[in-house]
Design a protein around this ligand. Structure first.
Ligand code: NDP
Length: 297
């Protein structure tokens, strides 16, 4: 029997644990605060930001939201970040990506105070992750670690294949998988658009993590029996639905399911964990900045 991994259920468990941490912080007069900044007209980005703010509200984290017109100069975004860096009520800052072309993404990431960088994308936090001393693990890969742990998938000694080498998913995922300790110790291969024979790599994997952003590119013929499949992809494809599209992952679910031991669906797999781990990092940021101990889930 293939296990269809329920990301909503795992996300809810983590969210409950983070809510308990938030209660502890509030009882000590510290309300964790998360600021989201949106500089984009993109509908999907607006949806992601509003989901993050809604999660804050449900948990008791104070949400602050700033919208900047997409044609404003980069300096407007930088001065907003500077204000948030200096605001003691704000423990975490998230600038929703992508930012407009005239704004340098690296400058944005480096402008955020590393202590408030709850996405974990500041070079200081990337360096700490690689060195095995992470402060804030990036939300999506950290959520995938939680999915594997909750599903009872051992990573130690396993062959893991990560498809995608982006700074937000592929690279940090691979880094987590090769770390010493629980959730790590995997022999990890990172594949990308120049990989010569992707199917040969995925067929030899115990764990496949697909984060390429290409609809249904991995099907059952590319997997061996018993593989654990984590599908990170969120792709809009045209469909005869009310919205005119539907969401599919990077994995062709029906054929992959016949081979996999366990598989995440899209939607309802990795997505809920990404938001839960953002709440986790915000509670951690409030704890680190206030010196109040909490027991994170
Ligand atoms: P990027 O576009 O930044 O990176 C995609 C990566 O996939 C690149 O490294 C690229 O290779 C590689 N790739 C592209 N095509 C192929 C191919 N045919 N074969 C092998 N590798 C390929 O995407 P992200 O990492 O930001 O996101 C990946 C997917 O995950 C997207 O669908 C995104 O929407 C989704 N996502 C979902 C989240 C969630 O919460 N569930 C969170 C974040 C992202 P190269 O480097 O050579 O170009």
């Amino acid at each position: 029997m293939t296990t269809i991994i329920d990301g909503n259920e795992i996300g809810d468990q983590i969210t409950d644990g983070v809510a308990a941490c938030t209660d502890t912080l509030i009882s000590e007069d510290v309300t964790p605060g998360l600021a989201t900044v949106l500089m984009s007209d993109d509908g999907a980005s607006e949806t992601y930001v509003s989901m993050k703010q809604q999660a804050c509200e449900e948990i008791g984290i104070e949400g602050f939201h700033h919208e900047i017109n997409a044609d404003e100069p980069a300096e407007t975004l930088f001065s907003t970040i500077d204000e948030l860096n200096g605001d003691p009520a704000v423990h975490g800052i998230l600038v929703q990506m992508p930012v407009p072309d005239h704004v340098n993404k690296r400058d944005v990431l480096e402008r955020i105070d590393p202590m408030k960088d709850v996405d974990g994308f500041h070079p200081e936090n990337v360096g700490r992750l690689v060195a095995g001393n992470a402060r804030y693990k990036p939300c999506t890969p950290h959520g995938i670690q939680k999915i594997l742990a909750e599903t009872g998938v051992e990573t130690e000694g396993k062959d893991a294949v990560v498809v995608g080498r982006s700074d937000i998913v592929g690279k940090p995922m691979a880094n987590l998988l090769i770390q010493y300790g629980t959730g790590g110790n995997a022999t990890t291969t990172v594949c990308h658009s120049r990989t010569a024979d992707l199917a040969e790599k995925t067929r030899n994997a115990d764990i496949v993590i697909a984060a390429a952003g290409v609809p249904e590119m991995i099907d059952g013929s590319m997997l061996s029996e018993g593989t654990t499949v984590v599908d990170v992809g969120i792709n809009r494809v045209d469909a005869d639905t009310e919205k005119g599209y539907e969401l599919v992952g990077d994995v062709e679910f029906e054929s992959a399911k016949t081979k996999a031991d366990a598989i995440t669906p899209v939607p309802g797999g990795v997505g809920p964990l990404t938001i839960a781990m953002l709440m986790y990092n915000t509670a951690k940021a409030a704890s680190l900045q206030s010196g109040i101990d909490i027991t994170l889930p």
